[in-house]
Design a protein around this ligand. Structure first.
Ligand code: DGY
Length: 328
């Protein structure tokens, strides 16, 4: 009997095609939004494997109800929605989709940095409001990025591409803070490893590319914003939970830091009434880091490959808990 794979949202057809060609029965949730938790539980109970998305809550309770699952392939690089410890305890391998979205996500970080530095989103809105009357010698002034210092928090794959863009495009000095040293970044981009406090104190642009974990949750808050430069730009394209949004609003209102660019917010979605949306030095996007055709096709392909490889060879291409993989 063929194995059943549940895909929890409509994703690029590539995944569906690859899985059906490999002999799987594929069930796709075709709702316009994510399933409710009861819907997810009901459908997952009938599946052997899952292609999940960030909005699916695969927590302790989920695993207590779905310990029969044989494999989970997350359609995202981040997997903070999955209790991986619990999956590991149940011997369920979990994979994610790294690399294929690094360029797309770094482009958003790089774009936000430029947009914030020149107040682009705000000035676009001001034209719509009919506020462009004449050339203003002393108004709408931004800051230049050439030769400034980029601080990368989390020098993984996406942080590396952001460093490459900033080094190549603006000849920026690169500092980074990471769990481990990244010799490749040091060699290629002259990146310098610094302590977290030095990163806060020395960065003109501080770009967050870390995972959301117990260590990073709420890490960018009143205390840390207070250590940053007054002219600093804060960029977050990783997870909104890494910053405290109330504290960020206050830091911008008090001019503790200069500006912010967010592709991820806390909470998501951001309310239309959020004061950040009215600030000249702030640009916000609705979590579109991986939203290019190339990246999303790559994510679909990799998620399907992980499921196929698991059933074929007892392996996964990008497993996040490889200790549970055993040959079938
Ligand atoms: C990811 O891959 O983690 C992005 O946030 C897209 O969901």
């Amino acid at each position: 009997m063929s194995k059943k794979v549940l895909i929890t949202r409509i994703i690029p057809a590539k995944a569906y095609d690859m899985l059906t060609q490999a002999g799987f029965e594929v069930i796709v949730w075709e709702g316009s939004g994510p399933m409710t938790q009861p819907q997810l539980l009901e459908r997952a109970k009938e599946a052997n494997a899952l292609i999940s998305l960030g909005a699916d809550k695969l927590d302790k309770h989920f695993f207590s109800q779905c310990s029969h699952l044989e494999a989970i392939a997350q359609f995202a690089v981040g997997y903070d929605n999955i209790d991986v410890n619990e999956a590991t305890r149940m011997k369920i391998p979990v994979s994610n989709t790294p690399d294929v979205l690094s360029d797309a996500t770094a482009d958003v970080a790089f774009g936000l940095m430029i947009a914030v530095s020149r107040k682009m989103f705000y000035l676009h809105k001001s034209i719509e409001l009919g506020e462009w009357k004449q050339f203003e010698p002393l108004k709408n002034l931004g800051v230049e990025l050439a030769g400034k210092t980029l601080g990368v928090f989390g020098m993984g794959r996406i942080g590396m591409v952001m460093a490459q863009r900033c080094r190549g495009g603006f000849n920026m000095n690169i500092l980074y803070h990471n769990r481990t040293r990244n010799s490749e970044a040091e060699k290629r981009y002259d990146a310098r490893y610094v302590s977290f406090d030095e990163l806060l104190q020395q960065s003109d642009v501080l770009s967050v590319h870390s995972v959301l974990s117990d260590e990073t949750r709420g890490l960018f808050n009143k205390t840390t914003f207070n250590k940053m430069k007054k002219n600093a730009i804060f960029i977050n394209t990783s997870r909104g939970g890494v910053h405290n949004e109330e504290d960020l609003i206050e830091a911008l209102q008090n001019e503790t830091i200069w500006g912010a660019g967010l592709d991820v917010t806390n909470p998501e979605p951001m309310l239309a009434s959020n004061p950040l949306l009215q600030m000249p030095n702030v640009s916000v996007l609705p979590h579109i880091g991986s939203a290019t055709t190339e990246a999303r096709n790559g994510m679909a392909r990799l998620a399907a490959e992980n499921i196929i490889e698991f059933y074929k060879n007892g392996n996964m291409v990008t497993c996040v808990n490889p200790g549970v993989l055993t040959k079938n």
